[in-house]
Design a protein around this ligand. Sequence first.
Ligand code: NI
Length: 136
Amino acid sequence: MKITVSRKAHFNAAHRLYRPDWSFEKNDSVFGKCNNANFHGHNYELVASVTGAVNPETGYVIDIKTLADLIYDEVEVSFDHKNLNLDVPEFAELIPTAEHIAYVIWRKLRKRLDPALDLEITLYETPRNFVTYRGE
Ligand code: NI
């Protein structure tokens, strides 16, 4: 029997979407308002979902406190109230789109989870815009 256990988390962060190798005009046409040179913020909502077999002794797939602590350590401490472009080394060379942020979060959590568990990350950049990454 496999069950999915999910934990929600939240962080506020600033970013700017642009490529230094493109002109301002090209960045503006591709990234629009997200190319604002002075950065802008989002209230990101994260859902981390872990799927696996239920341990017959505990009845748990994963202790949700363990998952909550992992998200706190790996995501909230690193990203909350940060400028993703300037403060977070993973985005020094990677444009901090929702896609890339979900990918970076997945990698950070994946390396600390039991390999037998599947991990899916859903990241909301706004209440209506969100991305999902499953490690494919
Ligand atoms: Ni943005």
